[in-house]
Design a protein around this ligand. Structure first.
Ligand code: 6PG
Length: 248
């Protein structure tokens, strides 16, 4: 039994719709159980589509976000009103359309020096998200995109042990091959501690990265996440190389 569930969709929009439906179901279950829900968001093209579909579907579920706290899997080091800010992407696609309260939104401070932003981010996460047995805050869900090189969040191939083995929830990246070079990202350890990890692997050019991530002993950042964590849900578009199918 592979440590992941692979779900194939006909189009990026169908993928985004399914991810939105699944998240709303989890949020409703948490709300009915009287639990808060913490989710870390990513950026990128699929995230934009996902936020739009989630905002559309959520209109039929008044109050579903009342006890949801939004964090980020990564952020580019730039002011929050920058066109390429991951916070701005979610603000425009999801928070503003649904008028979600700022008190539930815990953005990474891209405008600060990265090291300072990392300290602030960890403090805010620890205020709201209880730690697991190893002391790592255990997010309910981490939503990841997949890069053409197999990166997730801002964890890129070829990173050194200080990145790969970082014991803190967040770390600063100064040499991202995907612009901009300076970013803040969740660590592998924080992703591993999450109760659920969903990967939205959408768009042309991801097939090779996905295949290289699924093979035993894969070396991509996504492969590392898969190898360190059970029960990952991977939602992908159809690709000629990979016959993604739902694993029963
Ligand atoms: C970022 C993202 C990054 C993204 C992937 C996929 O800040 O750039 O968090 O991890 O999710 O690169 O991006 P696309 O969906 O645009 O291919």
């Amino acid at each position: 039994m592979p440590p992941y569930e692979l779900l194939e969709f006909e189009t990026p929009d169908a993928l985004a719709q399914a991810a939105a439906t699944a998240l709303l179901a989890d949020l409703q279950a948490a709300s009915q159980a009287g639990r808060t829900f913490s989710v870390a968001l990513s950026g990128g093209r699929v995230a934009r589509l996902f936020f739009e579909r989630l905002a559309e579907q959520a209109r039929a579920h008044v109050g579903v976000f009342d006890h949801v706290h939004f964090f980020w899997a990564d952020e580019r080091c730039m002011p929050p009103d920058s066109a390429d800010s991951n916070y701005r992407l979610a603000q425009e696609g999801l928070f503003a359309p649904l008028n979600l309260p700022a008190s539930n939104i815990h953005r990474l401070r891209g405008e600060l020096e990265p090291a300072q932003a990392v300290v602030q981010a960890e403090a805010e996460l620890r205020e709201l998200v209880a730690p697991d047995a190893k002391g790592m805050p255990a997010l309910d869900l981490v939503l990841l995109g997949l890069g053409e090189d197999g990166h997730v969040a801002s964890l890129f191939p070829g990173a050194g042990p200080d990145v790969v083995n970082c014991p803190a929830p967040f770390l600063a990246i100064y040499d991202s091959p995907k612009p901009p070079p300076r970013r803040i990202t969740l660590s592998y350890a924080a992703i591993a501690a999450a109760r659920a990890v969903w990967v939205l692997a959408s768009g042309a050019g991801k097939a090779e990265a996905l295949r290289n991530s699924l093979i035993p002993g894969g070396q991509t950042p996504l492969a590392r996440v898969i190898q360190q964590k059970m029960a990952i849900k991977i939602l992908c578009d159809p690709t000629k190389e990979i016959a993604c199918k739902q694993i029963a």
